[in-house]
Each structure stands twice: as structure tokens, then as C-alpha cells.
Write a protein that binds this ligand. Structure first.
Ligand code: ADP
Length: 179
């Protein structure tokens, strides 16, 4: 685990299953339909309670790429789920970087509006959506540092599923923290 501090905010990279975290909100790497899918999305839907979460997502309707929507956490330890839709990687020239940054920014904005002070993100877009991990890690870290500047968060976690991914996100965090 790597932690840096910015003002009152701790930014951490951890290796964990995001559904286990006891925190104000976990972020889901959702798709535009918000209907649930594979990867972390499927895990979150199962752990929150499939029927209840699907019903809440159906009421919202959907979410464009680069934005986020919030629901209750239902059976999760986390009070809320923020469903962020990251971009599918194409070749890097289709606005992928901006859309990924936007998915983080929207998530932080929603969290701030709901008084959420602790939040954990998975490595959005780096699984099924194929975003290169180094590049995604740099974007995630710079958005976390920007969010820390707002003073609205006590704890921001980048929750990786493997120690190899955590090493990538830790590298990005350590580099950025030094600049
Ligand atoms: P995307 O479609 O945005 O790429 P994925 O769910 O396929 O979303 O993958 C995003 C990241 O989430 C990947 O790094 C994957 O290893 C990770 N992941 C999958 N399951 C979990 C989980 N239970 N907790 C945390 N991270 C997870």
C-alpha cells in the first residue's frame, strides 16, 4: 500500500476486492446501459443485491461515456455506488484520455455534492475496455490530486485487483507526488 497526503486528504493505492471496502462510496466501472456487466461491474451488482441495484439503475436510465451516476450501496458496506462510464480504448486518438479524466471528475463532483468524504475507484477502463494501464494510471492519479485540492475528501483510494496493477498505480502516484 502506498499513501500520500495532500492537505487533509490521503490518497492511497491498495490491492483489494472493491466490494469489501467500508467506505462512503465505491465507484463502479459501469457501461452506458447501467445494466450490469462483467468484471468489477458484475461483482458490485452481485454484492449489492442484483435486483435492488438493477431497479435503481433502471430508474436512472443510462449514463453517457465520461459521466457518472449515483445509487445507494444496498447490501454493500459502502453507503453509495457511483457508476462511472469510462471509454472503450480504440487507438488513443478518439478522445479516450479526456473521457477517462472526465469519468473521474464527474465521480468526484457527484461525491462532493453528496457529502461523500471517502471514496474508492477501481482501475476504470483497464479491464474489458482495454485502456493501457500506465496511461490510465497517470490520468487517475492526476484527477485524484486535483480532487484532493478541493478539501472535500478525507480519503481517496485507487483500488487495484492485482498487485501488478497496484505497482503501476503506485508508480504513477509516487511520480506525480514528486512534481
Ligand atoms: P472496464 O470495462 O472499465 O475495463 P473491468 O471491470 O473490465 O472494467 O475492469 C476494470 C478494472 O477492475 C480491471 O483492472 C479489473 O482487474 C478490476 N476489477 C475486476 N474486479 C474487481 C474487483 N472485484 N475489485 C476491484 N477491481 C476489480
Amino acid at each position: 500500500m502506498t499513501t500520500i497526503r495532500r492537505g487533509e486528504t490521503a490518497i492511497e493505492v491498495i490491492t483489494a476486492d472493491i466490494i469489501t471496502l467500508e467506505i462512503d462510496a465505491i465507484v463502479n466501472a459501469a457501461n452506458q446501459s447501467l445494466k450490469g456487466g462483467g468484471g468489477v461491474d458484475g461483482a458490485i451488482h452481485r454484492a449489492a443485491g442484483k435486483a435492488k441495484l438493477q431497479e435503481a439503475c433502471r430508474a436512472i436510465g443510462g449514463c453517457p461515456t465520461g459521466e457518472a451516476r449515483i445509487t445507494d450501496g444496498f447490501d454493500l458496506a459502502a453507503r453509495h455506488i457511483i457508476h462511472a462510464v469510462g471509454p472503450r480504448w480504440k487507438d488513443g486518438t478518439k478522445g479516450e484520455d479526456d473521457l477517462l479524466a472526465s469519468a473521474y471528475r464527474h465521480s468526484f463532483a457527484l461525491a462532493g455534492d453528496h457529502g461523500i468524504r471517502s471514496i474508492a475507484f477501481p482501475a476504470i477502463s483497464t479491464g474489458i475496455y482495454g485502456f493501457p494501464k500506465d496511461r490510465a494510471a497517470n490520468i487517475a492519479v492526476s484527477e485524484c490530486l486535483a480532487a484532493a485540492e478541493t478539501g472535500k475528501f478525507d480519503r481517496i483510494m485507487l483500488c487495484c485487483f492485482s498487485s501488478a496493477d497496484a505497482a503501476t498505480y503506485e508508480g504513477a502516484l509516487t511520480r506525480e507526488a514528486q512534481t
